[in-house]
Every structure is written in C-alpha cells, then in structure tokens.
Ligand binder design. Sequence first.
Ligand SMILES: [Zn+2]
Length: 260
Amino acid sequence: MDCGCGDSNCDIWKRIYSAGQDNIYRTIFDLFPGVNTIIDSSKDPTWISDRTNQLLKTGLKVQNIIIWKTPQEFLQSRIKRGKHKAWAREWINYHKMYFRLVEKWISIRYSELVSDPDSLKGLCNALDITYFSGKERYWEKTHHTLFGSTRAKIHLHDEKSERFDKYKTELESRIDMSKSVHTQQRHIYYEMPENNIDDRAFVRNKIVINEIQETLVARNYANKEIDYALIQEPSSRIRANFSLEAYYRAKRHALRLLLK
Ligand SMILES: [Zn+2]
C-alpha cells in the first residue's frame, strides 16, 4: 500500500486498518498524540453518514462540510477527464444521497475556497478549529494520505522526485494534453468554466439543479450561526429515496470489493 508520506516502510495505514473501521479516528489520535483535528476528505455519503453516527456515540466532536461545484464547473471538470456523459445524473444523485444521509452540514463553494485567500480562515472560524497563516500550503509538511486525488498527492512531493514523475504521468494520461500541461504544480488553481457549454441536461433538470444549488448556498459557512433546529429538511425532490440509496450502496460495495 502506498502512503502519501513517501516512506515505503510507513505502516500507519496498516495499523489503522487492523484496528477496524469503527475505531479509525480513535486509532489515529492514539498514533499521533499531538493531533487534535482529523480531516477526512472522503466523499462517499454512506461513509460520512456511518462514521458520523458512530462518532456521535463515542463523544468525539464531528462536523461535516461539503465543498461543492456548480453544475457548470462539475461538467467542465468531467469534460477534462473525458467522461462527462452522465454528469448531470452524477451531480444530482450525489447531492440527493448527501441530503438523505448527512443531517448536519455546512457548505463552501470549491471556487471560493481556492480563489479567496480569506475563506479558509473564515471556514476554520466557523468550524471552531485553529487557523494559522500558511495552513493552505499543506504540501510543506509530511502527510500520510491514502487514496487522495492524484493532484492532491502531487502537491506533497518534491517535483524532482521519482514519485512525482509517476503521478504526473498518471495525471497527464487522464487529461487532454492538447489543452494544458500542468507544470506549476505548487499552486492551487481554478479555471473558469466556459460560458458556451450547451448541454440539454441543464434544461431537462433545471428545477432539481436549482433547488440543490439553493440548498447548498443556504448552508454556506459564512451565514451566521446555522440553527439546525430551524432548517427545513431538503424536499423529497432533492432527497434520495430508499431505492436510490440501496442502489448507491450496492454500487459502492461492489467497487470496494473490486479494489481489494
Ligand atoms: Zn505514511
């Protein structure tokens, strides 16, 4: 198993795995006594919901934040990877699943996080975790990452290292080479979507897309004190039903078996 820290002898993840899924965060805290905050960047709503429910039982504090892209931004990133056929269903179903399974959460737009230098500070404030200047330059420290996105892994390594070349090749094989070659890896970048994307899926799903976006915007971290007691549950139109959840869970399970 490849750990993001770059040390081939690192057995952190082996030790965490052997302690079991239900003890995952407790084990991490035990392994790193100086650590008081764990960021789990998993996207799977079933994982988030299962871990959240289990954490609430142990008394550890848990906060969920969704970093979201607009449909235009999401489509743009899918086009870049060359697989955008089902983008609308993916975008809609992901949020429907999230709204069904995750109860308490706040949001931030991906573009805001990467383009506004003050947003991370504000976000840390809203989450009540310590911000220090330079927190966004996370590649300057050693990190034990697993299954992160290729791009996130790249930032953690020296550009000259062998490992960097490996990931760079992996990344470039996935993107359209004619468009851009990413040489400035140590910058977080954000590209504005093109305005002329003409996709019928926008029109067909307009109502659902709008309602999802409104829900996401309403829970922005900068909105004063989100009172969960007063928040209305997302409507059934934008909340997964039982069969979508069952389908989603089965698909995730199959994928996990394949990766083993
Ligand atoms: Zn490691």
